[in-house]
Write a protein that binds this ligand. Structure first.
Ligand code: FAD
Length: 479
């Protein structure tokens, strides 16, 4: 009467569908996390996110121990090696059933297909359950039964279905009566492995606590103290106006259902008042769902393809020096540089800035969105294929944005609007300390500019904008 629960991007015991079902059906459960360092490298997973996962696994281990479930942490090279490892572990532990929560990314789906075949051949059941979205991918469809390609009608249908049967968070399962697990099935995570873990480089993630209480407090505090002002404050990077919960959602330390349940608990009218903060925040959770449904319905987007086919024809520039200036925050556009430096230093970037920097790379520099997607993925603590790819394709006008390709952000105007006094800029671009507020967005126009150790703008935005629009126009005409 034994089973395995295979943890992947769902590192929590609360509201974890696979864990809950396993505990309902079996009296003896072993949890396993299979690290795949070569796959992380192939997926450009950020060293800070791996450190974050590593730290969270230690918390998960103690939470599971309270349920009498040992956690085994194993490492194999990549996804190809996973099926054999799972079959061997299930045999050794004499488990007849493996549970896990579904992942929608292409490589993850192929891994699960292969695991399913290998387990079936060995006579072991395999249950892959819907968990990562509030409403499962494939269930929000048009009247014609097609997946939505545009956000607003998707949201309308999402809300309709959610109101019909609200999917709220479940608690952690009750502890199993005892653990009959041989101690050799549990394994320790090194508490301080230094610069690397399992051969994978690490970056310090300690600014982000991983314990359950702090995460839950952060969610509740946001819902009680901040969400009412979210609509007004969420676009200003100098203000703590957003929840900063994305790292937890990305590794599944927190579920989207927990977020929705918390907001509805504190603001029961959230769904009715669509211009108030709680709804505006819920809207972002629905964006997260939209991008997940999209990679499920259109696997090409998680296989390095644009959503809009003709945009393959865009004549992107391959300018390594320009890409490097963008990556290092040396473009001469203060808001862009501040944002890129924030990303490099902290592993996180504000949403408004992700839009500005992504638009700058893909439109002002006309550099392929995949170069930006890759850089973000390799630095973000909240790196998540669906949201990152969705955000990049949105900014590059190769994705599902309802706006056409001639929407190009003006980085200077965006800076003036969303960081009016340059408070955020000054935090990250120390070279601009002495620049008066009036010139903080155009420091090269200040009379003291010659003495600044800061580069002039690397492009003329007006010209670059026209060139980008022309490149898109030509690509469309050629298709
Ligand atoms: P809040 O404003 O508090 O929103 C709550 C939650 O809703 C977030 O934690 C996140 O899970 C979700 N969310 C918010 N905005 C979006 C959005 N536009 N798309 C999808 N989900 C959203 N988000 C990631 O989680 N991982 C990524 O790798 C990622 N890459 C991005 C790349 C680009 C180019 C862009 C434009 C956006 C990207 N986003 C990504 C979306 C968004 O920027 C972050 O989710 C958000 O900044 C996280 O901060 P927060 O938790 O304070 O968000």
């Amino acid at each position: 009467n034994r089973c395995l629960v295979w943890f992947r991007a769902d590192l929590r015991t609360v509201d974890n569908t696979a864990l809950i079902q396993a505990c309902q059906k079996y009296s003896s459960v072993l949890a396993v996390f299979i690290a795949t360092p070569e796959q992380w490298a192939a997926h450009d997973t950020a060293p800070i996110q791996i450190d974050f996962i590593r730290r969270r696994l230690a918390v998960l281990r103690s939470q599971l121990a309270e349920l009498n479930i040992p956690l085994r942490i194993e490492s194999v090279a990549d996804f190809n090696a996973v099926p054999d490892y799972l079959v061997t572990l299930a045999h050794d532990w004499q488990a007849g059933h493996v549970f896990c929560n579904k992942q929608y990314e292409w490589n993850e789906r192929q891994r699960d297909l292969a695991a399913g075949h290998a387990l079936a051949e060995a006579g072991i059941k395999f249950s892959v359950l819907e968990d990562t979205c509030v409403l499962a991918a494939g269930t929000i469809l048009t009247r014609q039964g097609e997946p939505f390609r545009v956000f607003t009608p998707f949201r309308r249908e999402w809300l309709r279905q959610f109101q019909q049967s609200p999917a709220l968070a479940q608690t952690a399962p009750q502890p199993l009566t005892r653990s009959d697990c041989d101690p050799r099935f549990g394994s320790e995570t090194e508490s301080n492995p230094g610069q690397s873990w399992l051969g994978y480089p690490l970056a310090d993630s300690s600014l982000w606590p991983v314990d359950e209480e702090t995460i839950r407090d952060a969610l509740m505090r946001f819902c009680i103290e901040h969400v009412a002002d979210y609509g007004e404050q969420r676009d200003f990077p100098a203000v703590e106006g957003t929840s900063k919960l994305s790292p937890y959602l990305a590794i599944g330390a927190l579920s989207a259902r927990q977020c929705v349940s918390a907001i509805l608990h504190e603001h029961p009218q959230a769904l009715e008042k669509q211009d108030a903060g709680p709804f505006v925040w819920l809207n972002e959770i629905i964006w997260r769902e939209f991008y997940r449904h999209l990679i499920d319905a259109y696997p090409k987007v998680s296989r390095a393809q644009p959503f809009i086919d003709w945009t393959k024809q865009v004549a992107w520039h391959s300018d390594k020096a320009a890409l490097a200036r963008w990556q290092q925050g040396e473009t001469g556009f203060p808001i862009v540089d501040a944002a890129m430096r924030q990303l490099k230093a902290t592993g996180w970037m504000h949403n408004r800035l992700r839009m500005i920097t992504a638009s700058f790379l893909t439109k002002d520099l006309l550099i392929h969105w995949q170069a930006g997607e890759q850089w973000f993925m390799s630095h973000l603590i909240d790196g998540d294929l669906a949201s990152n790819n969705g955000g990049w394709q949105w900014a590059a006008s190769t994705g599902t944005d309802a706006q056409p390709y001639f929407r190009v952000f003006n980085p200077t105007t965006q800076g003036k609007k969303f960081d009016p006094n340059g408070e955020f800029i000054r935090t990250w671009v120390k070279e601009l300390d002495r620049v008066p507020d009036k010139y903080i967005h155009n420091p090269h126009e200040w009379s003291g500019a010659a003495s600044l150790a800061y580069p002039p703008p690397m492009v003329d935005h007006k010209l670059a904008r026209l060139q980008a629009i022309e490149a898109f126009k030509q690509a469309k005409a050629a298709a």
